[in-house]
Write a protein that binds this ligand. Structure first.
Ligand code: NAD
Length: 478
């Protein structure tokens, strides 16, 4: 179903994010017929260029990142007809009137801030000052949303001076992933799981987001941030919220976001004995973290693992283990709900310990696995074995699954539709920083040095011990 006619302005329209994600995403939505005839996309940035030069840049980006349809010359040309450019300096006065002249009455107006957060205030002020934005316009802002509670609050206040909360779309692209939304479908669309989804039946939950890439190329940004700010405060926190929240009354923006906020507010402070930081070490084949950043003595973590607790009726006593890092063995994101042992084994001690595990894979090969205990085939008596009920969404749903839009495409279309369900509310972001800040401050006051770990491993040994001490084990990163 096509969305309403819109004018989308991408500030930072010549930048990396616009070229790799936003524009190719829009192109794919165009190919699927979701973009109406009257849709217009305007790139706005500091570089001097005209519409044709920008179309050439966009065309090149789409041929590189837009998928198979980008080879279809006619389709790409038709898309590019909807694209234009205006040279605008966020901090200056030039270009704004010309940009305004491109806005058409009766179209949804959306302004994507794909620029450094330090420019958000200047952009918001000028959008209002030059009369580009009205009370129904939307602004989309990218991560990082602050680097601590104080800066996030300041950003929220700046945006709030010019826009209502209902107009602000804070992107966490994890929320746009198909499987992340499936998490809610699985939990709240089935009777099977929800009765067991609590401390009585769940032993613990593991959330892993492992990457194989290093930080070279973006070391300048990353070294100021680290895994805690770059991944845990936002992406892992969002996954934790979706897995732990109470069922919202309706699948509506504030109903969902209220429940997520309650989870963050119920998180206990994390004892520093329950956190392990790591930094990938150099080896014979490649440089380590410190060679990828400016400071050769950097203490920024490229890996973090922790145990946290949610103090509420549902989860009291159930640990949540989170882990994320760069330069690990495999690129994989997974949430695993590990259920408790059966209360009594009728098969005796020899049958061993068997547990149901529901694993939700976000990538690669999105899908779900439920480990179920059955009898080992053969005449050898009653021996038990765990086998996976394995469902790959691509296989289960057939060719349609291949058409699944990527996170950015879905989220941008939600902006045009005016649906904020998959965007973070200001109070959510602040609550997440309020929980994260003391952890980072603790590292700084103690002069904590991250543990080195081997490239392509599962992280530092101490992270394995974190689980081991509790008589538990991380799932393999593969
Ligand atoms: P980039 O440096 O590649 O591009 C920055 C863009 O901003 C360019 O188009 C530049 O012309 C424009 N710009 C800079 N100063 C300007 C000014 N004064 N007025 C108008 N335009 C100006 O950056 P990027 O990687 O595209 O990132 C953009 C934002 O998105 C950043 O906030 C970044 O943290 C965030 N982000 C990026 C990625 C990514 O994969 N690149 C991922 C998540 C979030």
């Amino acid at each position: 179903i096509p969305v309403d006619p819109f004018d989308l302005v991408i500030f930072g329209g010549t930048g990396d994010l616009a070229r790799r994600k936003i524009l190719p995403g829009l192109f794919r939505r165009f190919c699927s017929g979701q973009m109406p005839e009257e849709a217009r996309i305007t790139g706005a940035a500091r570089s001097e260029m005209d519409d044709d030069a920008y179309r050439a840049l966009v065309g090149e980006a789409i041929r590189e990142f837009g998928g198979p349809r980008a080879c279809d010359h006619g389709t790409l040309e038709a898309f590019l007809e909807r694209v234009g450019y205006e040279q605008v300096d966020a901090m200056g006065e030039g270009g704004w009137s010309a940009l305004k002249a491109r806005m058409r009455p009766g179209c949804v107006r959306a302004f994507y801030f794909s620029v450094a957060p330090s420019l958000f205030g200047a952009l918001a002020e000028r959008l209002k000052g030059f009369g580009l934005a009205d009370d129904d316009s939307r602004v989309v802002v990218e991560k990082p949303f602050g680097k601590d509670l104080a800066s996030a609050r300041a950003l929220n206040l700046t945006l709030a001076q010019h826009f209502d909360e209902t107009q602000i779309y804070r992107i966490d692209h994890y929320l746009g992933k198909e499987t992340v939304q499936n998490l809610m479908a699985v939990r709240f669309g089935n009777v099977l799981f929800e009765p067991l989804w609590n401390a009585q039946f769940v032993d613990h939950i593991q959330i892993t987001v492992a990457e194989t890439v290093d930080v070279s190329g973006r070391g300048g940004y990353y070294d100021q941030s680290g895994a805690m700010r770059d991944m845990v405060q936002n992406h892992l926190m969002q996954l934790l919220c979706l897995i732990a929240m109470e069922p919202p009354a309706r699948f509506e923006p504030d109903a969902v976001r209220d429940e997520k906020l309650k989870v963050i507010r119920a998180l206990d402070p994390v004892d520093h004995h329950h956190i392990v930081r790591g930094q990938y070490a150099p080896d014979d084949n490649q440089p380590g973290y410190r060679a990828h950043v400016e400071d050769p003595r950097s203490r920024t973590e490229s890996f973090v693992a922790m145990r946290c607790h949610i103090s509420n009726w549902r989860w009291a006593g159930t640990p949540f283990y989170l882990r994320t890092g760069k330069m690990l063995r495999a690129r994989t994101s997974e949430i695993a709900v590990v259920f408790k042992d059966a209360p009594h084994s009728i098969f005796g001690a020899d049958a061993g310990r068997h547990r149901n595990v529901l694993a939700i894979r976000l990538q690669p090969n999105e899908g779900m696995t439920l480990d179920v205990t059955i009898k080992e085939p053969g005449p050898g008596g009653m021996r038990l074995v765990d086998v996976p009920l394995d469902m790959s969404f691509a296989e289960a749903l057939g060719p349609e699954a291949e058409e699944v839009p990527d996170a950015y495409e879905r989220l941008i279309m939600d902006v045009i539709r005016g649906n904020q369900t998959l965007f973070m509310r200001g109070d959510e972001v602040e609550a997440a920083w309020a929980w994260t800040d003391p952890i980072i401050e603790g590292w700084q006051t103690r002069g904590d040095v991250p543990k080195p770990y081997d490239a392509h491993s599962s992280g530092p040994e101490d992270a394995l011990m974190l689980m081991h001490r509790d008589g538990r084990k991380w799932r393999e990163i593969r």
